[in-house]
Design a protein around this ligand. Structure first.
Ligand SMILES: [Zn+2]
Ligand SMILES: [Zn+2]
Length: 470
């Protein structure tokens, strides 16, 4: 029997009303007595049903979130002022480790370079049977962006990126993700006796992509055995966004964020004098044909009623002066899809078009695909189950289903392993239009900190709902 059916049965039965006269004669309010009576009955029934821990009333996520709000803001400001690039999150990692250890959790560090993972053991089921395990993930890295926001805790940090000295800024808001998950961990430790299962806290480096020549992020964490011992039954992630007003939550069922793969096409011709093109093979004209023909992949070849797709060129490099036809031209670009078969299909078509277009002009083209992140697919059943929990935090009007996002997220790797849900938290302050607010990755990206309490409450609520005693 579930808790909800117990409460439902009791609240409509005569138990409550039949005690009313006794309660009033004792000077105790009926509702108070009814509540405590119900709680003890629920506890007794649950103990008989196989849950070995005493089930307290469901903890109040709003109260818990309010209790850690100031700490979360303080942590976030400190992290914001000391941002670190992907795979270089050393200081951040230490702060997380210290906090999680202070909560008495088992902590593992150094996974995927600077990742930190902790397990919170909740209540066990009768006979020592493990309850479900859920994973909550926050990413830790900052970006090579120079902050222009005028804040007392604005970042002045610099680092070296691709051989250049760059400013470093939490321009994607991962500082808030770390701070909020530290707050959620503290809350869940406080109420661990109410959890019918365990929680894995994943603090993940390098979501924005590992430096050239390095591995990193979710893929490396999994490769290093993050889920090898025990695969979570569900995995959750949250991301702040400028495109929604502060405190709004957005979650989409099914495909939510695009797959991302980049490509390099090398077009080889034969160098010659610009005045005598017939003596060589012109890779510039071949590259132009390739660029034009590739446009037909999305416009003519894939079924756009099934899912949209994007193929964009980002750079065309070749040649040195006006009267030399060069030997080679290099094209680079990106592919975004929302469907795994379409993702594979576009890669094949791209390489074929490049090769055959070049061939018609006597040139050759070789295509190299650099595998990026898969599509973020939110498990529809999980989203349907979590929606009421999220609505209870922000209200129906502030819970939306956003459109598809052509940006990518390596949360997708976790969601390929276990049913996953990735949701968004608006952070654009009142009075600023989210449509025109400086977006994530902008040097002017700004977070309204009052949203952080809502983020903590939402994630706490998701955990409490998923690990509610049955
Ligand atoms: Zn980002
Ligand atoms: Zn991000």
């Amino acid at each position: 029997m579930t808790v909800s059916s117990v409460s439902r049965a009791l609240s409509t039965s005569s138990v409550a009303t039949s005690f009313a006269p006794y309660a009033s004669s004792l000077g105790v309010s009926t509702s108070k007595l009814t509540k405590s009576l119900l709680a003890s009955i629920v506890t007794l029934i649950l103990m008989g049903e196989g849950v070995s821990f005493a089930y307290a009333a469901q903890p109040d996520a709003a109260k818990l979130a309010a209790g850690v709000e100031q700490k979360v803001i303080d942590w976030r400001r400190d992290l914001h002022q000391h941002p670190e690039l992907s795979n270089r999150e050393f200081r951040t990692s230490k702060i997380i480790e210290k906090h999680l250890k202070s909560l008495g959790l088992e902590v593992q560090t150094g996974i995927a370079h600077t990742g930190v993972v902790a397990i919170l053991k909740g209540g066990k089921l009768k006979g020592g049977k493990l309850g479900p395990l859920i994973a909550l993930r926050a990413d830790m890295d900052a970006l090579p962006v120079t902050e222009v926001v005028d804040l007392p805790f604005a970042s002045k940090a610099t680092d070296t990126y691709r051989g250049q000295t760059v400013g470093v800024m939490h321009a994607c808001g991962h500082d808030t993700h770390v701070a909020m998950l530290m707050g959620v961990a503290e809350n869940l430790v406080k109420v661990k006796d109410s959890l019918a299962g365990d929680v894995m806290f994943i603090f993940q480096p390098a979501e924005e992509g590992a430096p050239d020549g390095e591995e990193g992020g979710a893929e490396l964490m999994l490769k290093q055995g993050l889920f090898a011992k025990r695969k979570p039954d569900q995995v959750f992630g949250m991301h702040v966004t400028s495109s929604m007003p502060s405190g709004m939550i957005g979650v989409r069922s099914g495909p939510a964020m695009a797959s991302e793969d980049s490509f390099t096409i090398k077009v080889k011709g034969r160098q010659t004098h610009g005045s005598r093109p017939w003596n060589g093979v012109d890779p510039i004209v071949a590259a132009a044909q390739i660029i034009t023909n590739v446009q037909t992949i999305v416009s003519r070849q894939v079924d756009i009623t099934k899912a949209p797709a994007v193929v964009s060129f980002g750079a065309v490099n070749g040649g040195i002066r006006s009267n030399i036809i060069p030997d080679e031209v290099e094209l680079i670009g990106t592919i975004r899809t929302f469907d795994q078969p379409m993702r594979a299909d576009i890669k094949v078509r791209l390489a074929e078009i490049a090769e055959l277009s070049a061939k018609t002009l006597g040139a050759t083209a070789t295509t190299e695909i650099h595998q990026g992140y898969p599509v973020v697919v939110n498990n529809p059943e999980l989203v349907a189950n979590m929606r009421p929990a999220l609505a209870s935090v922000v209200g129906d009007k502030m819970l939306i289903e956003p459109g598809l996002i052509t940006g990518a997220e390596d949360f997708s790797f976790y969601a390929l392993e276990s049913p996953g849900m990735f949701f968004f938290l608006g952070v654009t302050p009142k009075g600023t239009d989210p449509e025109t607010a400086a977006s994530n990755h902008s040097p002017a990206f700004y977070v309204d900190e009052s949203a952080l309490k809502i983020g903590v409450e939402a994630m706490t609520k998701v955990a409490l709902t998923t690990l509610k005693a049955q």
